[in-house]
Design a protein around this ligand. Structure first.
Ligand code: GDP
Length: 302
């Protein structure tokens, strides 16, 4: 399965532990937990979560609650599962009843925004939705060409800027109008990803939000932040800033197929309290998987 193979690098990294646990006995405990700590840090679980996991296992082992390597492994899995299933976090898209639903995709350049939008369009179409794309990255000339390729690939209609240097908010507003008139179920909006330190991008995103809600009240239904999984914990400050300014409803973590740092999924959920809705595990149309905590845990800890 795609998700399982996508996480192979993270799993390989954690496999050290598997071997150690196979021959575990009580006198090995500290050495094994040191190795586990190291492996979790390398996989980007972050220091806070790593300590939480290791100390809770240590307590349970010394209290006599965990008596074998396989019991320790199950406890480790349960720990990770509890950390990624935050209460109240909805991992499914919340699209409401009013048509069209609007999803705005945000994130810095190169993270995988346009690709994820294309993959999401494919997924929604397969579920029977009529999907419209909006090329809201009016800053980078090549961006709308790239999205047009995805529109063709997935068989979706697309709204692009009519003139050069058009405002992103007016392209999105136009797209949502088209979505309303054309009986579309979902409008997927791309946005610019120039450096997040550039304040005008944040202003632009706020304007985009306002513009779509003017056309269909209650939208955008989702604002999904795309984060590059290979950057691991470095993605956190960026994610915080986007969240503070625009209010993120869900995350898409991309490139997890190329990363040994899959543990960042856990630290991101813990730090931000925002649900991961999808993970990107490749460049093809099918390579966007809905995030399911149990499958995730099974994919990273064998
Ligand atoms: P944007 O600038 O945020 O719109 O980023 P793009 O969508 O253009 O993606 C940047 C690069 O990352 C492209 O070469 C994509 O094919 C690649 N990419 C995006 N998502 C994934 C993923 O999940 N896995 C892998 N391996 N590559 C990805």
């Amino acid at each position: 399965d795609k998700l399982f193979s996508g996480f192979s690098k993270t799993r390989d990294n954690l496999a050290v532990i598997d071997e150690l646990l196979l021959y575990w006995n009580l006198s090995d405990t500290d050495r094994v937990l040191d190795e586990l700590e190291e492996a979790l840090l390398v996989a980007d679980f972050g220091p806070k979560i790593t300590i939480k996991i290791v100390e809770s296992l240590r307590d349970d082992i010394y209290a006599g609650n965990l008596k074998s390597g396989s019991e320790i492994k199950d406890a480790l899995k349960k720990c990770v599962l509890d950390l990624v299933t935050k209460k109240g976090n909805k991992t499914e898209l919340q699209l409401g009843f009013r048509k069209p639903a609007v999803i705005i995709i945000v994130g810095v350049n190169g993270g995988g925004k346009t690709t994820s939008l294309g993959k999401l369009a494919h997924r929604l179409k397969k579920e029977g939705a009529k999907v419209l794309m909006a090329a809201g990255d009016t800053f980078r000339a090549a961006a709308s060409d790239q999205l047009e390729i995805w529109a063709e690939r997935t068989g979706c209609e697309i709204v692009v800027a009519e003139k050069e240097k058009a405002k992103a908010s007016s392209v999105l507003s136009q797209a949502v109008k088209r979505g309303k008139e054309g009986g579309f179920d979902v409008v997927l909006c791309d946005t610019s990803g120039r450096l997040h330190t550039n304040y005008s991008l944040m202003e632009e995103l706020i304007a985009c939000k306002k513009a779509v809600s003017k056309v269909v009240p209650g939208t955008p239904n989702e604002i999904l932040l795309v984060l590059d999984g290979t950057t691991g914990l470095n993605m956190l400050p960026q994610a915080r800033e986007f969240n503070e300014v625009v209010g993120i409803t869900g995350l898409i973590l991309t490139k997890l197929d190329g990363s040994a740092r899959g543990g960042c999924v856990v630290s991101v959920v813990d730090e931000l309290g925002i649900p991961v809705k999808f993970v990107g595990v490749g460049e093809g149309v099918e390579d966007l998987q809905p995030f399911d905590a149990e499958t995730f845990v099974d994919a990273i800890v064998i």
